[in-house]
Design a protein around this ligand. Structure first.
Ligand code: UDP
Ligand code: MG
Length: 324
């Protein structure tokens, strides 16, 4: 069986009513493409009749592959199961609730062809309440862009297109899926965004509330750390440690000189406490850095794969005898 060019990956949790329409809309969009495609739906432990609905589609349409978790693991895990299964050169992710429009797929593909590795959807005209949805999302996107250095207007939009190399080289945990463009920047990727259609939810209800904003912010700390320091923790902790420790030693020295050379009483000086505190903090920070360094090393050794991903390799092949 030949591999399809395009894999559509869809995380789905309790969206039974949307399935028939999703199939219809996707089929229309995919049939209009001149590339082969597959659809991978990950049923994230739905408790309604979603699986039966998916099974019905699967029987009619051989393009549809259904994966079903035993329990609900969350959207990120569902996506990573889909990524694992995806065979396409290009992977497009899509929400199951029909809020994303399959008609945007050709434009995503065309933009990817201009030489990008990730094309992110940007719901320019969002059909959701301002105060509880759009405002927190605006603030979060601004912050994520600044902190990660990957500037996107809409991290939260599931409709995104990736080159296969991206999804096969990142590891998703917790709720990190929305940070894929930022996490992927680690291996070096060209990212862009295009405006996509956003539609109000027609069936079922949203799986998230406002508390998501806080979890996203915590995840951002993780991402920042992974991006900045995960291969060189000692440089960060050690740098800080040297700074505080050095300052502590300096203050201590000044105090000692005062005591020894000028016989000034230093027992009641707050600076003395500060000096001691700084030296202890410095030692602590450097030790944390060393421990982190060991952890990082064993992690990379264990994974047994390089921390880089090649873009191209230009290498002259051995010329066989007689060939000119
Ligand atoms: N989803 C999932 N597992 C979950 C929660 C959500 O697979 O635990 C799916 C859900 O079915 C939908 C997508 O993730 O296809 C986005 O969820 P939702 O529409 O509730 O989020 P919102 O659009 O409100 O941000
Ligand atoms: Mg939705």
């Amino acid at each position: 069986m030949s591999s399809p060019y395009l894999s559509i990956v869809i995380p789905l949790f309790n969206e039974a009513e949307s399935v028939p329409k999703l199939h219809e809309e996707l089929a229309a969009a995919l049939d209009a493409l001149d590339v082969e495609s597959e659809v991978i739906v990950v049923d994230d432990g739905s408790r309604d009749s979603s699986f039966a609905a998916l099974q019905a589609v699967h029987e009619r349409d051989p393009r549809w592959t259904i994966l079903r978790f035993r329990r609900n693991h969350g959207q990120t895990t569902a996506l990573s199961a889909g990524f694992e299964k995806a065979r396409g050169e290009v992977v497009i992710t899509l929400d199951a609730d029909l809020q994303n429009d399959p008609q945007d797929i050709p434009r995503l593909l065309a933009t990817l062809d201009e030489g990008y590795d990730i094309v992110s959807g940007w719901r320019r005209d969002r059909k959701e309440p301002f105060l509880t949805r759009r405002l927190p999302s605006m603030l979060a996107n601004g912050l994520i862009s600044r902190v990660t250095g990957v500037h996107l207007h809409d991290y939260g939009c599931t409709l995104k297109a990736y080159r296969n190399v991206v999804v096969k080289n990142i590891h998703l945990y917790g709720e990190l899926h929305r940070f894929i463009p930022a996490v992927a920047s680690q291996i070096g990727v060209q990212v862009t965004e295009i405006a996509v259609n956003d539609r109000p939810r027609r069936y079922g209800s949203s799986k998230y509330g406002i508390s998501r904003t806080i979890r996203v912010l915590l995840d951002l700390i993780t991402v920042r750390f992974i991006l900045g320091y995960s291969t060189r923790p000692l440089q960060v902790f050690g740098g800080l440690g040297l700074l505080t420790g050095g300052l502590g030693v300096l203050i201590g020295l000044i105090l000692s000189i005062e005591k020894l050379a000028f016989d000034v009483d230093i027992g009641n000086r707050p600076l003395l406490t500060l000096a001691v505190l700084l030296v202890i903090a410095g030692v602590q920070l450097i030790s944390i850095g060393l421990v982190a360094e060991i952890l990082v090393r064993s992690w990379h050794e264990m994974r047994d794969r390089p921390v880089y991903v090649m873009r191209d390799v230009l290498e002259r092949e051995e010329v066989e005898d007689g060939e000119t």
